[in-house]
Design a protein around this ligand. Structure first.
Ligand SMILES: *Cc1c(COP(=O)(O)O)cnc(C)c1O
Length: 357
């Protein structure tokens, strides 16, 4: 730290993104990206728009907002496009959090939540997952904090049904309930329709996981007009041109190519079930997943051992050192071929371990 860094950031511990190696020597199953390229229409739209980058992007994201509103079945004033859904999480902590309005979220969830809380000086309470690593919705009824839930949760992959989300929203009428649906397209039921009936529900979605646009940075907030207006107040106080031209155009095209992405999500769900079976056959415990990853624990290798051995053989997965989950690795679902390589690599690691006993 330089001698100029403000006191207020002296103890800040930033988020650690998953490794992004610049060479292609790894099978990358560590950051929940899609293994599939964007649709051809998305590439063409981004290329066309690249010719106009001398001009600022539309701060209102009009075309994108209209397209997204149709996709989600809401009105344009209920949608806020953002530079990756991380950005709207940041806006939400700024808009709805302070000393009097702390946040509550699960002890095992998206690692960015506590970072934003600390950065935005919003006190937070962590609610423990149950012993089977799921969220018990009854732990979230009548809270005195704003509520933030990833559904499906990460890195565990488990999902709450819509009626339990509705119970939480209904039982906290004077609290903002934020549901982060980053992985909802892989088998969960979205709570977007509830935003029409509840003015305290903010839903967050991203095009990073199911729509092959992680590198373009595009996310959305969906909620009642007043909540979206609050978030816009924050946005226009930070960066009005937060979504660049190529990404706005790519987003519109991705929505037009909805069928392409639905088909890819179906493939990933099928491969997820195959991978789960194969891991179980190798002695793994695999949490039931409704996401594009599985959270798995070997009966013979520690999480760290599995992560390191896979990495040295060219397969990257994500390992977290937090005590409660240190035996697990989070494995992104790639193509069928990539997952076959993962399985044969694990077999080789286990065989080597067995012969050294
Ligand atoms: C990946 C992820 C995000 C961030 O997605 P971006 O849109 O790429 O910023 C947000 N929440 C959860 C739970 C995620 O896993």
């Amino acid at each position: 730290m330089s001698r100029f860094l403000s006191e207020k950031y002296a103890s800040l511990v930033p988020y650690t993104p998953g490794e992004q190696p610049r060479d292609a020597q790894y099978i990358k199953l560590n950051t929940n990206e899609s293994p599939f390229p964007p649709s051809p229409g998305v590439v063409a739209a981004a290329e066309r728009e690249a010719r106009r980058v001398n001009l600022y992007s539309d701060p209102e994201c009009k075309l994108l907002k209209d397209a997204a509103a149709k996709l989600y079945g809401v009105e344009p004033q209920n949608v806020l496009p953002v530079n990756g859904s991380d950005e709207i999480l940041y806006f939400a902590f700024l808009a709805f959090g302070d000393e009097q309005n702390p946040f509550a979220f699960a002890d095992i969830s998206y690692g960015f939540y506590p970072v934003y809380a600390q950065f935005c000086k919003v006190p937070n309470r962590e609610i423990p997952l149950t012993s089977d690593f799921s969220i018990d919705y009854r732990d979230y009824l009548g809270l005195s904090e704003q509520i933030l839930i990833a559904n499906p949760n990460a890195p565990t992959g488990t999902c709450l049904p819509l009626w339990q989300i509705e119970e939480i929203v209904r039982a906290n009428p004077d609290r903002v309930v934020i549901i982060d649906e980053a992985y909802i397209d892989f088998g969960g039921e979205s709570c977007v329709p509830l935003t029409k009936r509840y003015d305290n529900l903010l839903v967050i979605q991203t095009f990073s996981k199911s729509r092959s646009l992680a590198g373009a940075r595009l996310g959305f907030g969906i909620g009642c007009e007043a909540l979206i207006r609050d978030l816009n107040t924050v946005k226009y106080s930070i960066n009005p041109y937060n979504v660049n031209r190529m990404t706005q155009a790519a987003g519109v095209a991705a929505i037009e190519d909805d069928a392409y992405y639905r088909e890819k999500a179906q493939t990933i769900m099928r491969v997820r079930e195959e991978t789960t079976e194969q891991l179980c056959a190798l002695g793994f415990t695999v949490l039931p997943s409704t996401a594009n990853f599985v959270f798995a624990k070997s009966d013979r290798l520690s999480g760290e051992e599995l992560y390191q051995s896979l990495k040295s053989r060219g397969v990257l997965v994500r390992h977290f050192t937090k005590e409660r989950i240190k035996d697990f690795c989070r494995i992104t679902i790639g193509t069928r071929e990539q997952m076959q390589t993962l399985i044969t690599t694990i077999q080789a690691i286990l065989a080597e371990k067995g012969s050294s006993r």
